[in-house]
Design a protein around this ligand. Structure first.
Ligand SMILES: O=c1nc[nH]c2c1ncn2[C@H]1C[C@H](O)[C@@H](COP(=O)(O)OP(=O)(O)OP(=O)(O)O)O1
Ligand SMILES: [Mg+2]
Length: 215
């Protein structure tokens, strides 16, 4: 066994679509892609619609978003399906993380909903508040080939939320080994530093970039 990931079909330098309509994710992918020589365009800037996420897994939803963008654009497309999983809530909100925030994308409300459910379950001790962020990336080629990459980071669901950085559930998540939430960290710290990948998205991206991108 070796730790070297097997290479996959490589992306030639050129245009790649980021198949996301979430501005927080797009900012993070711009940072993550910056060291590589690709021209990154968002699905929104190409006028691509936001597909309905009918899957019940991160993998299924990442794949359907990436395939839709690759088919519509004729370009390779990278999608991210991600979510916040609270173990005491059987992994909720999980794949429904965006939906728990409602049409207004009210994550203060979504975090309150989680806290109410944890409170009802008597989960006051940090040990009862274990949680993770999960990200699954899918690279889809216009010819229909796809590849999937998964990243996770474990930590604690804290209350009250702390910090105003990042997006979504970041203020409620304190990764293991850190005293601050993702909401209290800079983008660079959330991605990880000096070759480390801290966030779920940065971890999935590290696998993707090592196997598919030209340095
Ligand atoms: O790093 C993160 N920090 C905080 N919250 C996060 C993160 N990563 C995912 N999340 C939460 C919020 C997001 O809304 C949902 C993903 O839902 P998900 O369907 O994958 O994304 P989305 O609907 O926001 O954008 P899109 O589908 O166009 O990529 O999970
Ligand atoms: Mg979505």
């Amino acid at each position: 066994m070796t730790d070297t990931p097997s290479p996959l079909r490589r992306l030639e330098p050129g245009r790649i679509v980021l198949a996301s309509h979430n501005p927080g994710k797009l900012r993070e992918f711009d940072d993550l892609m910056a060291p590589y020589g690709y021209e990154v365009v968002s699905a929104g800037s190409l006028g691509l619609p936001e597909p309905e996420e009918t899957g019940t897994t991160f993998e299924a939803n990442a794949e359907l978003k990436a395939r839709a963008a690759a088919e519509a654009s004729g370009l390779p497309a990278l999608a991210d399906d991600s979510g916040f999983c609270v173990f005491a809530l059987n992994g909720d909100p999980g794949v429904y993380s965006a939906r728990w925030a409602g049409p207004e994308k009210d994550f203060a409300m979504a975090m309150r909903t989680i806290e109410e459910k944890l409170h009802a379950a008597g989960a006051t001790d940090p040990a009862d508040r274990r949680s993770s962020f999960v990200a699954v990336l899918c690279l889809a080629w216009p010819d229909g080939e796809v590849a999937l990459f998964r990243g996770e980071v474990e930590g604690t669901a804290v209350w009250p939320p702390r910090g105003s950085g990042g997006f979504g559930y970041d203020p409620m998540f304190q990764p293991d080994g850190e005293s601050r939430t993702f909401g209290e960290m800079s983008a660079e710290e959330k991605h990880g530093q000096d070759g480390t990948a801290l966030s779920h998205r940065a971890r999935a991206f590290a696998d993707f970039s090592a196997r598919c991108l030209e340095a």
